[in-house]
Design a protein around this ligand. Structure first.
Ligand SMILES: Nc1ncnc2c1ncn2[C@@H]1O[C@H](COP(=O)(O)OP(=O)(O)O)[C@@H](O)[C@H]1O
Ligand SMILES: [Mg+2]
Length: 588
């Protein structure tokens, strides 16, 4: 039983024109006890073609005026609508895709709400409730089976509801599936603004929050010792350049691996460099400054004092020591060195943490390399300066541990109180840490999954950045590009939320499978959306600049059709801490 409302009068490609029987433009209609939505833009209708009902969506509506002879030259108007097929009902089940097209004179009829619901929520049993459809107000369920094994992108201007959508998505997942997820999957949320550190997403029994703070050390992100003493990690932490600085770091690590890495061997190493600098045949002026740094790192004030009296005598290319009014030169063979410094050097002891050990080794290594003419001081020195200046911040947010800790289901890493430098570096380290760890532990096919969620991802994934060097940018993007390209094989999935999708590397955006697109007004962003999201249709696309708060277009490989969803606003306690400022209360 159906309510016929018009007939097909033109079919051009997949654009179908229907002439309406009467200009019934009611919003809701009732027929035989069933509720039907009236015909207007973005509504659905059915066209009967034999035993098949073709489901179409209304894309436009217009009036034609006709003068007819018969009715006394009266103007009569015909209401016409343009529709586009999106699928069909056969034997009462919906199939998406254009397989059948109507022919002229086929009848169009209204579609019941049940049938619309069935189009968008195929089986609500394996699905998460997330919100309502914008127009039809029918509840929307998303299939977790198809969604959480893909890369997800959540885009929209600030305040459009991205964080709420992200939170709702994972809150629903955890509330439905927590027990089955435990011990099999791990979720890491990189939280640049500290929006997820209280009761969001999960209870504290299953959620660990790492508050990173570069001013007042609070929690620290744990790195295993072998992970810290690895050239890639160190290159990343200190943004080493590829051609000279990275090999230099590698030499430091090789040197460390060769001998037992304990305080005694470090002390022997330190003592040797003092001797070598002053008694080698070709003395190098830059070494003096390095030795001063070394005495500072090992906190040896006595040596620091003594080194103050030593200077470079350029005519003789030698170090000189001012002892009272007499000047003593350091010569190859080392007798003067013995007389003046050896006793103090022999007594030095080294007691440093991993970070200072790195700085110490870097300084000693550079001294050594200079003495042997392996490197140019100017190439390596910037690296040392960077190590020194980053170290204070990094010490407060990183720690070196002997073993990986047991993890809870969700780890939230809050970067809110981090310096901009650390905000740039640490997410990479975190991503690399979990990616490598997961890659090494997972079987094939994956027996566990890892989900990396990044809110405000433009912070680290942007293509454009004027302040950083090209090579660092490439490195940064390559890591995430690898994760997004290869991660799926290992069961690692990214969820990215950003207000500036156009800034994010196109390689990354193009690998995202499913999109939640909130209001976006910037032309560049919209252009990107047009070019990269193949599953988006014109009608939904046109809605994007005008979507209300909390509404988004959901589209991608896991959904047969794009749909416009108003995501439920979470309970106050579960919402991310990102509320707009209420000036009325603030200024009251
Ligand atoms: N689905 C929604 N319905 C109603 N209000 C919402 C919805 N989503 C977000 N909001 C409100 O909009 C504001 C900004 O939301 P938020 O998710 O932080 O946006 P974004 O992360 O895009 O900047 C919040 O104050 C929130 O209460
Ligand atoms: Mg947000």
């Amino acid at each position: 039983m159906s309510v016929s409302i018009g007939e097909v009068i033109a079919v051009e490609g997949i654009s179908i024109t229907i002439k309406m029987f009467e200009d019934s433009n009611k919003d809701v209609l009732f027929f035989a006890g069933e509720k039907y939505k009236g015909i207007s833009i973005r509504e659905h209708l059915l066209i009967q073609r034999g035993f098949i009902d073709i489901v179409c969506i209304v894309e436009g509506e217009f009036l034609d005026e006709n003068k007819t002879e018969y009715e006394g030259n009266r103007l009569i108007y015909t209401r016409k609508i343009k529709v586009r097929p999106i699928g069909y009902y056969k034997d009462n089940s919906f199939n998406e895709g254009v397989k059948f097209l109507p022919m002229i004179k086929d009848l169009a009829s209204l579609i019941s709400e049940d049938k619309i619901a069935a189009i968008y929520n195929k089986n609500s049993k394996n699905s998460l409730s997330i919100g309502k459809m914008l127009k039809e107000e029918l509840p929307v369920y998303l299939p977790w089976k198809k969604l959480f094994n893909t890369h997800i992108g959540i885009f929209g201007n600030t305040g459009s509801g991205k964080s709420n959508t992200l939170t709702k998505l994972y809150t629903s997942l955890f509330s439905e599936k927590l027990l089955s997820i435990k011990n099999k999957s791990h979720f890491i949320l990189l939280d640049f603004n500290g929006e997820y550190t209280s009761e969001q997403l999960l209870q504290t029994t299953d959620k660990e929050v790492i508050h990173l703070n570069t001013k007042d050390a609070k929690d620290r992100f744990p790195l295993r010792e072998d992970e810290f003493w690895e050239s890639e990690t160190l290159s990343l932490l200190f943004q080493a350049t590829i051609n000279t600085q990275r090999p230099f770091l590698r030499r430091i690590i090789d040197g460390r691996n060769k001998y037992a890495a304990n305080a005694d061997s470090l002390a022997v190493y330190t003592k040797a460099i003092f001797r070598d600098v002053f008694s080698s045949a070709a003395q190098k002026p830059d070494c003096l400054e390095l030795l001063r740094t070394i005495s500072r790192i090992i906190k040896n004030d006595l040596l620091s004092e003594k080194l103050k009296n030593i200077s470079w005598y350029s005519q003789g290319s030698k170090f000189t020591l001012l002892a009272g009014s007499t000047v003593v030169y350091f010569n190859a063979g080392g007798t003067e060195y013995d007389a003046n410094l050896k006793a103090d050097v022999d007594q030095l002891s080294v007691n440093v943490d991993h970070f200072d050990e790195l700085l110490l080794r870097a300084n000693i290594r550079l001294c050594n390399d200079l003495l042997h003419g392996y490197v140019q001081f100017d190439h390596i020195q910037p690296l040392l300066k960077r190590i020194e200046s980053n170290l204070t911040g990094l010490k407060k947010v990183l720690c070196v541990v002997t073993e990986d800790q047991v993890r809870k289901v969700l780890t939230v890493i809050s970067l809110r109180k981090c310096s901009s430098e650390v905000k740039k570096i640490l997410p990479l380290l975190v991503a690399k840490h979990y990616y490598n760890q997961h890659k090494n532990n997972v079987q094939n096919p994956p027996d566990k999954t890892l989900h990396l969620i990044i809110d405000e991802a433009h912070n680290i994934l942007s293509e454009q950045s004027t302040r950083e060097s090209e090579s660092w940018k490439d490195y940064r993007l390559e890591l995430f590009e690898e994760i997004i390209k290869e991660g799926r094989k290992f069961g690692m999935f990214l969820t990215i939320s950003s207000q500036r999708p156009a800034d994010i590397s196109p390689t990354i955006v193009s690998q995202i499978h499913n999109f939640f697109i909130h209001r976006l007004v910037n032309d560049r962003d919209l252009h990107l959306i047009d070019n990269t999201i193949s599953t988006l249709d014109r009608l939904s696309r046109e809605l994007i600049p005008t979507l209300p708060k909390g509404a988004c277009v959901v589209t991608g490989t896991s959904f047969p059709l794009p749909m416009v969803v108003v995501v439920d606003l979470l309970d106050r306690s579960k919402q991310p801490d990102s509320e707009d400022v209420d000036l009325e209360t603030l200024w009251n």
